[in-house]
Design a protein around this ligand. Structure first.
Ligand code: MGD
Ligand code: MGD
Ligand code: SF4
Ligand code: MO
Length: 693
């Protein structure tokens, strides 16, 4: 009992953000107010620790910037002027517009969401059911990982890899296209433990990231050339017979064709493409081929280039050649998400879709929302409902995206916690609850636990959870199906297939009480020690029937970047610098970028540039820069540093446009070109020129 009679309670929660660590949290509530958020001490992966962002979570939850009631637009689109309305007026307006548009063609309505919350309930349940029932356009959620996920799937079969809690005995760890110090903090703690026990850490990243600075070796290839590096490593392993023949014979498919394919891809071939010395590439391959256990921790940084899918696929072949998968601490890890027996059908109910004759479902690729809004004709998009996402800030080629959102004839609903760049374009702006105010249950892509989220406090103001809004809209639209009205607790309870062995221990009441549970997998979980790949052949597929069926090269290949000095010299003559815009430490994509603490920590948009590139352009440290190409421009402050290789410039992201000084963030220059597979964007495959502003 506290003074005044208030009691303190502790509520189990999950960090909702798009981060592989999916921390288990504990929220302390006093009276009606949350007073503390901390990492669960009893969950081994979280280990009582939250990152610097979420350690201050109450500043987000109770921010004075929170949207607390529905509003309608009174200014121009994008201007951000709104007037308060009631929930009844908001819902009636949306229902009336949706009803009218659906009467012509419901596919003119497009939902747009990504991973503002990763929760299965608030992120992929009633929302999906509602838009399925309506017969709206389907959204292909490609913006982050679709290229790499497909490259990995073609090779290994599913998003399954090394158990991140079993890596302490690795002797060599390649951190490839990832920056775990920033974006996988708890995974990094396990990597550090391996290092304490003697592992050597090699970081492969075009810039000296926070992680690269802490590794034993840093190799800085040109952006988008990892596929060539991996091919050359395979060439060396095979030519020098640094192979596990028994593993290859039992557990792989297509080795002879692979050997033939990589014969010409020598380190000398890869050197000019990657910008690494042939001897460096050969030494890396030799060390990889002679160190056991060896682990590759790859991340999605390397799938944001034109050849990103194939790059991930080429890397995924390596541990099968050396037999590194035999060891708990060996193999490779991109994502653990494929281990969860999520009942996607029960959550999303694709069967609710009304298959009207002569009207095939239409799918829109979220990555190219600008094009879709401006160019889709069959049918045109007339209404957009955005939740869990901030596309105006995070989608590539922002000027096109802004032009699409600015269409006067587009009816746009945004459901948000904050008035983001996207919210400024809403006709109706709805207030969303934070994670502390609603129920959810979470999988992870960086560990093997399920984490529950129980509501800790009542919704602030008039905020409502995503699910609640869809229940209310379904009623207003007269959509009678009972699946559209299921409660959050009930949805959470059916999230996992209870007949799946891996779900043993995930009983809903237990999870709600205990807060988290490890999947029922062996510990350590060594997924491919004895083969058992999730591919059609059950083998690691050097030759992929899946890719052949998609009209793609079935063998590992070299897919160059779309924009580089080597692959596009004409463009490089005008725009000679390769820009990458990786995650900023204090933001989570564009989340947190509006809150003073994190903005101040991050210190404004910067562009890191090598002294040689700066000198040639008369650029000094701290100078205001204009970064531009044919698509657009943004401004940032120069940081002259040898931490980036000459020819590469780096701008940690994602800033909000309207908080970036000149009204533009880095996506003003990124391209709306698709990756080689999976239809993903190529954020880190982007040529620019830089001058003083
Ligand atoms: N603090 C923080 N954490 C985050 C996020 C965030 O915004 N902030 N974002 C979250 C999200 S959405 C995701 S998808 C995950 C993972 O997000 P990822 O985008 O995989 O990000 P990182 O792990 O930070 O690492 C990306 C690294 O790849 C490097 N890189 C860029 N291009 C190339 C290339 O062509 N080749 C190679 N080898 N490296 C390249 C970048 O310099 C960067 O250091 O992180 C999540 N965690
Ligand atoms: N230049 C560049 N661009 C990038 C990237 C990059 O590295 N460089 N990274 C890309 C990647 S990997 C990704 S994953 C995307 C991320 O793109 P998004 O998934 O759009 O991520 P956020 O920018 O964090 O926006 C999520 C929004 O959801 C809101 N939200 C949170 N919880 C809820 C909720 O319960 N209900 C509702 N209605 N809203 C909620 C948050 O307030 C936030 O504004 O960005 C991509 N864009
Ligand atoms: S953002 Fe990642 S590291 Fe930070 S609390 Fe959430 S899950 Fe944990
Ligand atoms: Mo992402």
């Amino acid at each position: 009992m506290l003074p005044g009679g208030a009691t303190e309670t502790r509520v189990r929660a999950a960090c909702p953000h798009d981060c592989p660590d999916t921390c288990a949290m504990e929220v302390t509530v006093s009276g009606a107010r949350a007073i503390k958020v901390r990492g669960a001490a009893d969950m081994p992966f979280t280990d009582g620790v939250l990152c610097t962002k979420v350690a201050h979570y109450l500043e987000r939850v109770y921010s004075e910037q929170r949207l607390l009631h529905p509003m309608k637009r009174v200014g121009r689109k994008g201007e951000g002027r709104f007037e308060r309305i009631s929930w009844d007026e908001a819902l009636d307006t949306i229902a009336a517009r949706f009803r009218a548009i659906a009467a012509d063609d419901p596919r003119s309505i497009l939902p747009y969401s990504y991973a503002g919350t990763m929760g299965l309930v608030q992120g992929e349940s009633l929302d999906r059911r509602f838009f399925h029932r309506l017969g709206a356009s389907l959204l292909d959620r490609t913006i982050c990982a679709s290229a790499g996920a497909l490259g990995w799937k073609a090779t290994v079969g599913a998003s399954i890899g090394t158990d991140p809690e079993a890596i302490a005995d690795a002797r060599l760890i390649l951190i490839w296209g990832g920056n775990p110090v920033v974006s996988n903090l708890h995974g990094w703690r396990h990597i550090q433990e391996a290092r304490r026990r003697g592992a050597k850490l090699v970081c492969i990243d075009p810039r000296r990231s926070e992680t690269a600075a802490k590794c034993d070796v840093h190799l800085a290839p040109w952006p988008g050339t990892d596929g060539a590096l991996a091919l050359a490593m395979m060439q060396v392993l095979i030519a020098e017979d640094r192979l596990d023949h028994d593993y290859i014979a039992r557990h792989t498919l297509g080795f002879d064709a692979l050997a033939e394919r990589v014969r010409a891809f020598t380190p000398e071939w890869a050197a000019p493409l990657t910008g690494l010395d042939a001897s460096v590439i050969r030494d890396l391959a030799r060390e990889y081929g002679s160190t056991t256990p060896s682990l590759i921790r790859l991340n999605y940084g390397l799938n944001r280039c034109a050849g990103g899918g194939m790059a991930v696929r080429n890397i995924a072949c390596l541990p099968a050649l050396t037999g590194a998968w035999r060891h708990a601490a060996g193999g490779a890890l991109l994502s653990t998400s494929g281990n969860y027996p999520v009942d996607g059908h029960a959550l999303a109910r694709p069967d609710l879709y009304p298959h009207a004759a002569g009207r095939p479902p239409r799918t829109v690729n979220m990555a190219f929302i600008g094009e879709a809004l401006l160019e889709a004709t069959d049918p045109p998009i007339r209404a957009l409902y955005v939740y869990n996402a901030n596309p105006v800030a995070v989608a590539p080629d922002s000027n096109r995206v802004k032009a699409g959102f600015a269409r006067e004839d587009l009816f746009c609903v945004v459901h948000e916690l904050f008035q983001t760049d996207t919210a400024d374009y809403a006709d109706i702006l709805l207030p969303a609850t934070s994670q502390l105010e609603h129920r959810d249950v979470h999988t992870s892509y960086g560990h093997l636990n399920v984490v529950a989220n129980m509501p800790a406090i009542a919704p602030l103001g008039e905020a409502k959870p995503n699910t609640e809004v869809f229940r209310l809209l379904a009623a207003r639209l007269g959509l009678a199906h009972p699946a559209l009205f299921e409660s959050d607790d009930s949805i959470a309870a059916r999230a996992f297939r209870q007949d799946d062995e891996r779900a043993r221990g995930l009983a809903p009441e237990q999870l709600a009480e205990h807060g988290w549970a490890r999947l029922n997998l062996a510990s350590p979980f060594v997924p491919f020690a004895n083969g058992g790949f999730r591919t059609p052949s059950g083998r690691c597929e050097f030759h992929s029937g899946l890719l052949a069926g998609l009209g793609l090269d079935p063998l590992p290949a070299w897919h160059p970047p779309a924009e580089s000095v080597v692959s596009n010299p004409a463009l490089a003559a005008r725009y000679p610098l390769a820009l990458i815009t990786p995650p900023a430490r204090n933001f989570l994509n564009s989340s947190f970028a509006n809150l003073p603490r994190f903005r101040d920590e991050q210190g404004g948009p910067v562009l890191q540039i090598h002294p040689d590139d700066a000198a040639g352009r008369g650029i000094g440290d701290g100078q205001r820069l204009r970064i531009h190409n044919d698509r657009g421009e943004f401004h940032a402050r120069a940081v002259v540093t040898t931490g980036v290789r000459p020819g590469v410039v780096v701008s940690p992201s994602v800033w909000w446009h309207k908080l970036s000084g000149d009204g533009n963030n880095a996506n003003a220059v990124t391209a709306s070109t698709a990756t080689d597979m999976g239809g993903g964007p190529i954020f880190y495959d982007c040529l620019v020129e830089v001058s003083c502003a």
